[in-house]
Structure formats: C-alpha cells, structure tokens
Design a protein around this ligand. Structure first.
Ligand code: MLT
Ligand code: ZN
Length: 454
C-alpha cells in the first residue's frame, strides 16, 4: 500500500493530530535518549486506547507494514527507535495513561501502558501503596516499556524484576487481535503463562496496552546510607551482612571515577572529605524505623566512612550520587553501554579485568545493582572502529564468567548479534518458533531481539 493511503487510514483511526509525518516533529521518536540509536519512521501514530491500537495494528498487518511499539523511549539498547529505512510505523503508547481503581484487598491496580512510573508512584503513595519496581528514569519510563523490557532497577533485591510485579496484561497481537489476561489472578494454572511470556519480549510478540500490577505496602520509615569502601570485594562482603535485614530494599554500587564525573557534571558537593575506591548506597525501609538495625550491622563491617540520611530530602541527596551517573555520562559523550550481569563471586575479577580487555580503547565507568551482580559498563571515548571488538571482548568475558549479556536493559538491536553468547542454539530456536507463532509475518519490532533479517 502506498504511504499516503496508509497515513489517511491511520488518521481516520486516531485523528489528524496523532499521526506525525513531519520529520521535525517525528525526531524525538526516532532517536533514543543517549543519542546513540537513531532511525527513520514511516510515521508516528499515537492511539488513545486499546481499540485504536488494535485498529492501527489491523491496518498495518493488512498492508504488510512493520510496527515499532514505543513507550518513553528511554530504553538503552536501541529497541525503541525504528530502523534506518523509514519502513516502520512507530506506535507510541504514551497516550494510554489511564489508572483504574485501586483494589487494596487484592493488592492490585490496572494501568495503561503509557503511564510514566513516576505518575504511578505519585498516585499510589498517598494511598499507602507502592509498585515494587523503581528506577532512575522514573519520570519518562512508561509501565508498558518497563514490561516490554522486564525492567529491573534499584529494588530487585527486595521485590524482584518487573515480571515478578506484573499479575496480568492486555495486549494486541500483530494482526490486531486482543489478548486479555488482565484478571491477573493469584492462582490460575490454566496452561501457558502468556503474561510472563510477554514481559521481556521487547515488543516482538504483541503490544502491551494495559497491565494489572501487583502492589506492595508503602513503608513509611526509611534510612539511606552511603558507605565508602576499599574494594568491590569488601562491598560484596558488607552486602552479605546487610542481606540479613528484611528491611533492605536497595544496594547500589559505584566507583571513584563515576563519582568524580557525577561531581564534575552535576556540581554536587563531594559526599566525603577524601576519595574512596568504591561506594555502596543502601536503603532500608519498614513500618518502624530501620536505622537501628542497619547501624548495628554496619558497626562491625569493614567500612571506611558512612553518611546516613533519614529525611526524604537528605536521602534523595545521597541517592543522587548514584542516580545521576547516567545523565553525567551522557553529558560527557555518547557512551557505549554494556548492561551485564555476572555471578557475584566473579564480579570483582570481571571489573578488575576490564582495563586489560579494553586495552586503552575507551574509559570505563562501572556502577549498578550489586545484589544481582548487575554491572553497567559504560564506556566513553571508544572509537567507532573499535566498538564491535570492545563489545565482543567484554561480552565474551561475561559469558566465560557464567553471566548474562543483558541484565535488565534487554537485547534490543544493540545486542542481537551477541545473543548466542549466553543463550543456547536450542533456546534461540524455541524463541524463533514463539515469534513465528505470534507474529508469522515478522511485523512487530523487526530489528529487535531476533532480527528477521539476521
Ligand atoms: C541505571 O541503573 O541507572 C541504568 O540502568 C544504567 C545505565 O544508564 O547504563
Ligand atoms: Zn540499571
């Protein structure tokens, strides 16, 4: 079908204002927020509800046009931007921001895929509830995008990843059919877990339009501590002790280089008088003040210096040293981002090996979610000609350590060529069969995870 005719038909579904064809208006949908991944859309369509999403997909399916679902466009592996050929319709879910009634007895709420995480948090907290997943990109990341990527973030140590916090979804299939698994019953053994399958499928199997979320009680008493440590090994040892605490919600690490860059770019004052090799940011929360039990466990820990905060504003100030890594690195250049996980025991060795693996090709900033061994290897200054070799060297080392080449950002288009490093041929064959069953003509997110052209 010619482009003009499809645009007219899409306009009839979503209205003139919500089919974006002007390149200047489309631009923010075509480049990711790091500036690394960019592409060209046939047009951007912004439906208002599930019926409109289904109608858009029916039209695209009928005309054999590929579709790229997009949430907040804060993904970090190029899965949220179209390919270079201008073939895809970008399907922005950002207008699906509905919030259903809270069901406190079942501890559930139903929300639209386009709702930003921070908006959900603002809605839930005064009602005494929380969504267990939290991350630094909370203002722009949408629930649908978090579901598509099975986002992890900062509180996995207590609440698990997005998959553990989503009870059910509604999703539109490639041909426009609607899959309704929104009931999200706590017990339901009636065959394949389609919700679990769609979480983390990166928009390749269906377009999530609504989600039934599991909620956890908002714990009013919180303490945040920033610990300065000798080494990553000692951070792991301290974390081992702190994990005795049921109140532990967060354990994030960063190194001296990352902190120096954050201070330089943000203008924040240094947290300690002297520099330290490694920092561990921890947070405990409870119905009663958890600061006593945290202090008790820290008394015998091998810690160089500690800063503790109880008030929200002070806690946020400490958290900023970790949360502002991404924006500070972005401000310094376009990073090569390698989000990986390695078994905790192998983590210090992996980080120590990085300089040798890089052999001078770029400056590494390592930080991340310690309890899961989830390291964000962010590299600045890698020459374009070296990017592939550097990526391969780091990901090979991750595979050799028994880790995963993607901990929480997904595969997107960035890591599709490396999927075989930590998924077997049998795994990938099963994934391809699932893709073929749900999207036989390969129209959804064609450059992501299992590229149809690979
Ligand atoms: C974070 O945890 O801040 C992000 O997932 C990491 C990144 O920007 O690489
Ligand atoms: Zn992260």
């Amino acid at each position: 079908m010619d482009r003009e005719r499809l645009v007219q038909q899409l306009t009839a579904v979503v209205g003139d204002a919500h089919v974006l064809t002007d390149p200047a208006v489309r631009a923010s949908y075509e480049t990711d927020f790091t500036g690394r991944y960019t592409g060209r859309a046939r047009c951007v369509v912004r439906p208002a509800d599930t019926a409109e999403v289904a109608a858009v997909l029916r039209l695209c399916h009928g005309s054999g046009v590929p579709v790229l679902p997009q949430g907040g466009n804060t993904g970090l592996v190029g899965g949220s931007v179209p390919g270079p050929d201008g073939g895809e319709v970008v399907l922005s879910l950002r207008r699906l921001t509905g919030i259903g009634p809270l069901d406190p007895d079942a501890r559930r709420i139903t929300v639209g895929a386009g709702l930003p995480l921070a908006a959900l948090q603002r809605h839930l907290r005064p009602l005494g509830w929380e969504f267990g997943v939290d991350l630094a990109a909370r203002d722009s990341a949408t629930l649908g995008g978090m579901i598509a990527t099975n986002a992890g973030g900062e509180r996995v140590v207590k609440y698990g990843t997005t998959r553990a916090n989503v009870a059910g979804v509604e999703a539109v299939l490639a041909d426009g059919g609607v899959l309704d698994r929104l009931a999200g019953l706590p017990k339901d053994n009636t065959g394949y877990d389609l919700t679990g399958l769609l979480v983390g499928s990166e928009g390749t199997l269906a377009v999530v339009t609504r989600a039934r979320l599991r909620l956890v009680p908002h714990l009013p008493h919180r303490v945040t501590a920033l610990l300065a440590l000798d080494s990553l090994a000692s951070a792991i040892a301290v974390l081992g002790r702190l994990r005795l605490l049921e109140s532990l919600e967060l354990a994030e690490f960063f190194t001296a280089d990352g902190l120096a860059l954050v201070l330089e770019r943000s203008g924040l004052p240094a947290p300690f008088r002297s520099a330290h090799p490694v920092h561990l940011l921890v947070e405990c929360a409870g119905r009663r003040d958890p600061s006593g039990e945290l202090a008790e466990l820290l008394e015998e820990a091998d810690v160089r210096e500690v800063a503790v905060a109880l008030q929200d504003a002070d806690r946020r100030r400490l958290a900023a040293y970790r949360e502002r890594h991404t924006e500070s690195i972005n401000a310094a250049g376009i990073p090569l981002k390698l989000d990986v996980t390695v078994p905790l025991a192998a983590l210090p060795g992996f980080v120590a090996d990085l300089p040798a693996l890089l052999a001078g090709r770029g400056s590494p900033y390592v930080f991340g979610h310690l309890a899961e061994g989830n390291v964000h290897v962010n590299l600045l200054g890698v020459a374009p000609a070296d990017e592939e070799a550097v990526t391969e060297a780091v990901l090979d080392r991750v595979a050799a350590a028994g880790g995963s080449i993607s901990a929480e950002h997904g595969i997107g288009r960035a890591k599709a060529p490396y999927l075989h490093l930590t998924r077997s041929a049998a795994d990938i064959a099963v994934m391809r069969s699932i893709k073929a069953a749900l999207d036989p003509t390969g129209l959804l997110s064609p450059h992501t995870l299992l590229p149809t052209d690979a």
